[in-house]
Design a protein around this ligand. Structure first.
Ligand SMILES: Nc1ncnc2c1ncn2[C@@H]1O[C@H](COP(=O)(O)OP(=O)(O)OP(=O)(O)O)[C@@H](O)[C@H]1O
Length: 264
């Protein structure tokens, strides 16, 4: 098993926000974490990155080893956090942002080598944005910035990527582009764990869905098994119809809005 959470309980001061959470993730899976605001998704992702630690009795293991026993630099070469695209304040070139992924591999103040540059350019090429390498990071679009951050994570050498709501702020085309890239990379053995507020995204690309409510996992399975009317009602308190459009392709439509539009 690649990543395993065993009986994780976590509290901020006296407030427990994760309750005895357990699941495991295999190499090459795309896992979507769904749940309402405040249910504990970001907290769980921070535990998977080793930024928070579970209460005694619980553990997160990467390739069988407890995260707490792996040093930070080694962990950074295995699991990368891909932030939401952000407004950078300094106009680094795209290639420089991607090269920063090599930092965990270098002694302090060492210069980047030819190999570092080759890896950074290969990652940009794989994501079809090599043409942007010399552009200032502050002047490319949000979708391009998100792809550059994925390239940086790849350059880090990591094969497991953790995203917190990666589609936030991306236009529809870039959301689809991002999902397509995740599917391509997962077929090469990259693993993705992402929180999302869009059940449709999980239906389109997730191999597996973890549903969280009030700090508990209430469903864990394939998107077909978990994205059901009942589970969505339980998570969001809204009636949602799930339609099959073509083989293996389903979409969510809010029942009331769908009914309202039929009357016009
Ligand atoms: N640093 C903190 N100190 C205290 N409480 C926190 C802290 N961070 C988060 N919380 C609380 O923990 C709970 C879970 O928060 P978390 O950010 O993990 O939820 P989330 O599912 O990611 O939410 P969202 O979908 O709104 O981003 C919330 O009630 C939140 O208010």
């Amino acid at each position: 098993m690649l990543l395993q959470a065993d009986n994780i309980t976590f509290s901020y001061s006296t407030r427990t926000v994760l309750h005895d959470v357990s699941f495991s993730i295999r190499k090459g899976e795309i896992v979507s974490l769904l749940g309402p605001n405040g249910c504990g998704k970001t907290t769980l992702l921070k535990l998977l990155l080793g930024l928070h630690h579970p209460k005694e009795g619980g553990a997160v293991r990467f390739e069988g080893k407890k995260l707490s026993s792996i040093n930070r630099k080694t962990l950074a070469r295995s699991i990368a956090y891909v932030p939401q695209f952000h407004r950078a304040s300094f106009a680094y070139r795209v290639i420089d942002v991607v090269l920063m992924g090599r930092m965990p591999h270098k002694p302090f103040f060492a210069r980047f080598s030819r190999d570092d540059l080759r890896m950074a350019r290969e990652a940009l090429e794989k994501l079809s944005i090599l043409h942007l390498e010399d552009r200032p990071y502050t002047e490319i679009s949000g979708g391009e910035r998100q792809l550059a951050l994925i390239a940086r994570a790849m350059t880090q050498g990591a094969h497991t990527f953790i995203f917190d709501e990666p589609a936030n702020g991306l236009d529809y085309g870039n959301q689809i582009r991002l999902l397509e890239e995740l599917v391509n990379l997962s077929s090469e053995g990259y693993t993705f764990i992402k929180s999302t507020h869009f059940p449709d995204h999980a239906l389109w690309v997730a191999d597996r869905v973890l549903m969280m409510k009030e700090g508990n996992i209430i469903a864990n399975g394939s998107s077909d098994e978990t994205i059901t009317r009942e589970n969505l009602y339980s998570l969001y308190g809204r009636e949602v119809d799930i339609h099959s459009l073509k083989e293996n392709f389903r979409v969510c439509v809010p029942s009331r809005l769908g009914a309202a539009s039929n009357t016009h």
